[in-house]
Design a protein around this ligand. Sequence first.
Ligand code: HEC
Length: 84
Amino acid sequence: MDPAALFTKLGCPVCHAPGARYHGKILTAPHKSPEMLAKWIRTPEKFLPNTAMPSYETLLDEPSALALARWLKEAGPGAPTHGY
Ligand code: HEC
């Protein structure tokens, strides 16, 4: 599984790509643990009720969410290497 492709496929860039409305919100990702980010991605409403971010619990299993979180930290928008 390619996390970059998953990021696009799940529609994350609509909100988080550079220039998108919530790009700034993802820039904190490199400072958080992948485990915590994976939990956020699957169930953001558990951390912040009424957040504009949709729940991905039914679309992403835990290992996929963790892979996505690791990629976000290393190469996603806001990561030091800017792979995306
Ligand atoms: C409809 C817009 C939207 C989509 C789509 C979306 N997000 Fe978000 N995301 C947000 C918002 C808004 C926040 C910030 C929380 C807030 O202020 O409500 C956020 C925050 C985050 C954070 C930061 C969490 C933290 O603790 O700092 C990460 C990581 C993240 N999103 C990842 C993703 C991923 C991965 C996807 C695709 C699977 C995704 N988002 C799809 C709106 C979105």
